[in-house]
Ligand binder design. Structure first.
Ligand code: GTP
Ligand code: MG
Length: 234
């Protein structure tokens, strides 16, 4: 199976090179697509250099115009499929999502359509979070469940895999998420077709380099976006 690891980046200059080198240690069928939104810190240039070094296995898309985790997601999944992916695993660039789980994701994708790296099933955990981050995450998970009816133990994880068949059938042209609500929007639109889903435990480690792009404004916009997704319906 041809796997693409899709990594959205915005100002991740400390993280991207070690992350790509780490993933390149996995078997040849693991490819990478970086989607960078013209990061002012030069992350895009680092991606370009590694694209040449690992020619054919590492790819980069430089997005122009409005930046956003949601826009990057729409571009990243569709571009991965056009580059020949049979399945796409998305992960953050900040090492919160450990690469050691990639083989298990790939294996689970052989018999499942959607694989979610879950912090909230036995064996899963978060490391390095204070109580406020834990409460925020719990509330976010509840909102995703109640507003959109998402059924997972971890509805806000950004470490997940999708089979190509799911991705090509999503109504991308109706997607409305500029930001992180794309994580929930994808599940909302994928679930009615009864995909085979599994959650696998992951230990999420708080980032040690770079900075989080999540702010109070991002959270408020995320909740508004969930409501809009629900109102727009399927
Ligand atoms: N292309 C692109 N990537 C983004 C954008 N915003 C965030 N990202 C990337 O999306 C991933 C998740 O962003 P983070 O800031 O780590 O947010 P998070 O992981 O939800 O929150 P933290 O746990 O606080 O780090 C990282 O790889 C970011 O670089 C954006 O506007 N465009
Ligand atoms: Mg992060």
């Amino acid at each position: 199976m041809n796997i693409f690891v899709f990594i959205p980046t915005y100002n991740e200059k400390e993280n991207l090179e070690p992350l790509i080198r780490d993933i390149m240690k996995y078997p040849e069928n693991f490819n990478i697509l970086v989607v960078d939104d013209l990061s002012p810190d030069g992350t895009g240039g680092i991606a370009d250099r590694l694209t040449e070094e690992y020619s054919g296995r590492v790819h980069v898309l430089h997005r122009e115009g409005l930046r956003g985790r949601g826009y990057a997601g729409m571009a990243g999944f569709q571009e991965s499929v056009s580059l020949g992916a049979d399945a796409v695993i998305e992960m953050d660039a900040d090492f919160s999502h450990q690469t050691r789980y990639l083989p298990e994701f790939a294996k689970s994708l052989e018999t499942n359509d959607i694989v979610i790296g879950s912090r909230y099933i036995p064996g899963g955990a978060t490391e390095g979070w204070g109580w406020n981050r834990k409460v925020n995450s719990w509330v976010a998970n509840q909102l995703a469940k109640r507003i959109l009816g998402l059924p997972f133990k971890d509805n806000t994880s950004g470490y997940r895999g999708f089979k190509k068949e799911i991705l090509v059938n999503l109504p991308w042209n109706r997607f409305i998420s500029p930001g992180p609500s794309i994580l929930q929007e994808m599940l909302f639109h994928a679930l009615p077709k009864n995909p085979r889903c599994i959650e696998i435990p992951i230990v999420f480690i708080d980032r040690t380099a770079g900075y989080s792009k999540i702010s109070l404004m991002v959270i408020i916009k995320w909740i508004r976006a969930l409501l809009k997704i629900r109102l727009a319906g399927r």
